[in-house]
Design a protein around this ligand. Structure first.
Ligand code: PHE
Length: 472
């Protein structure tokens, strides 16, 4: 291995990059929708418990594996557990490729809505142009879709190709604070709307009669996606972390930020939605509807200062998505850099190009191409039938790959990695006082594997607990 390993310039750099990976479409698009679909309060509470009891310990497990081995997932699993386990890292690389493939499509939509909102703000808002039909025409326009994923992929490749410190860290240092700022502005505005009270009640007042048992699995599954766990993104980012930083504190901060942002984004969206009588029925049952059909109209017609806030909101979605696509591409590329000794630029360009092919196919699966849009292999004929390439890839990644990867990463960290190593990585004089090594070890050895196994068993039994994501 001839190349010198990149490192984060500072602790803040790592925290911003790792929370940039975690905070993304999962927080701004998926979480509000599944909270809605699972009737709020009780679901949110279960989700918070999953984050604390399963997500946080696995976050620490991934970062400590990365930092102690200074390797990306394949090499890291081999180093801590032997060659028999390197497939877990390999699955992570494949997962990164698959998620990046479909993620860029929604990211591209955010880009288009940002541009559209700037136009609307400068001239006049047109309700027809933000209708469901207009959205359908946009999503079905192959050329526009292809151009959008191309643009987003180029931006991602550009950043990752510049490397960890000069690319990923620098961009995160600029984008993340702007993202927090935009979110605070939007939150302050949203809390003054008529619907704010109802929104807060809906999200934070649990009523367990409203939660179906399978909703618990959806909450758990989402905690993996939203924290970028189960595929080695945090192993990879952890591998660039200096020894002097506290893994516990960094993990705690990243998890806290990700959770806060998901709750704030949901509060903003529901405050807007609840402020308009009758709107709930219109949008219920569609993520796409919430983010790309209902919101623009609401911003321009209902929200004071909406013409300013709408472009800001979509800019926020673009930034959040970009810092996540960066981490996905970094996982895929770092395999070729670390394990195959490729130069960073060749690895990033080739991986970007290969993923672009998948992204283009996904981009055409919203109407532009009949076969890609209509085919249905999973749950065919049921109300949960997955339809089209996009839905299938998300199902594969979120329900199979991430839980399986997470399960084995936890097993390795809890049962194969020695106590001496994990304790040495987690406990030192910088470790915050709220952390208790024994509890962490219990979570990683027993609680997390059992909980994640429940997801895997449910999926094997053919239970579908995840809502289709892109049903316009
Ligand atoms: N955590 C990201 C989100 O919430 C998605 C992601 C998953 C990114 C896995 C990297 C790895 O949008």
């Amino acid at each position: 291995m001839s190349q010198i390993r990149d490192q984060w310039g500072s602790r803040l750099g790592f925290i911003l990059a790792a929370s940039g990976s975690a905070i993304g479409l999962g927080n701004l698009w998926k979480f509000p929708y599944i909270t809605w679909a699972n009737n709020g309060g009780a679901f949110v509470l279960v989700y918070l418990i999953c984050i604390a009891a399963v997500g946080l310990p696995i976050m620490m497990a991934e970062i400590l594996i990365g930092r102690s081995t200074q390797k990306s997932p394949v090499g890291a699993m081999r180093a801590v557990a032997g060659p028999a386990w390197s497939w877990v890292g390999g699955l992570g690389v494949l997962t990164g490729f698959v998620i990046l493939g479909y993620y860029t499509v929604i990211a591209g939509w955010a880009l288009r809505y940002f541009a559209q909102c700037v136009r609307w703000s400068l001239s006049d808002f047109s309700p027809e142009a933000s209708s469901g039909d207009a959205f359908g025409a946009f999503a079905g326009n192959g050329v526009v879709q292809a151009a959008l994923v191309l643009a987003f992929m180029c931006a991602t490749v550009f950043v990752v190709h510049r490397g960890v410190g000069r690319g990923i860290e620098r961009v995160s240092r600029v984008l993340m604070p702007i993202l927090f700022l935009i979110l605070i502005v939007l939150l302050l505005r949203a809390l003054t709307l008529d619907g704010a009270g109802r929104a807060v009640g809906f999200i934070f007042r649990p009523n367990f009669a409203d939660l179906e048992p399978l909703g618990v699995l959806e909450a758990l599954g989402h905690s993996f996606f939203t924290l970028s766990l189960g595929m080695g993104a945090m192993i990879t980012y952890g591998s660039y972390l200096r020894r002097s930083e506290s893994v516990v504190r960094a993990s705690g901060l990243v998890v806290l930020l990700d959770t806060l942002i998901a709750l704030v984004a949901t509060t903003i969206m529901f405050s807007v939605i609840f402020s308009v009588p009758g709107l709930e029925d219109e949008i219920s049952g569609s993520t796409v509807g919430m983010l790309f059909i209902a919101l623009p109209g609401l911003f321009y017609q209902e929200v004071p200062l909406g013409a300013l806030l709408a472009p800001l909101f979509y800019l926020l979605v673009c930034f959040a998505a970009l810092t996540s696509t960066i981490s996905l591409l970094e996982v895929v590329s770092s395999y070729f850099i670390d394990q195959r000794n490729w130069k960073r630029s060749s690895a990033v360009l080739s991986c970007g190009a290969a993923t672009l092919v998948l992204s283009l196919l996904c981009a055409l699966s919203f109407g532009a191409n009949g076969i890609l849009t209509e085919f249905s292999l999973i749950f065919r004929g049921t109300p949960n039938a997955k339809l089209g390439l996009f839905d299938h890839l998300d199902y594969l990644a979120s329900n199979w790959f991430l839980p399986i990867g997470g399960f084995f990463i936890t097993l390795v960290c809890g049962w194969v990695v020695s106590r001496k190593l994990s304790e040495g990585e987690l406990v030192d004089e910088t470790t915050p006082s709220w952390f208790h090594y024994g509890i962490w070890r219990f979570c990683v050895r027993y609680l997390a594997p059992v909980a994640v196994a429940a997801i895997i068993i449910a999926v094997l039994l053919g239970l579908d607990f995840s809502k289709p994501l892109a049903d316009g």
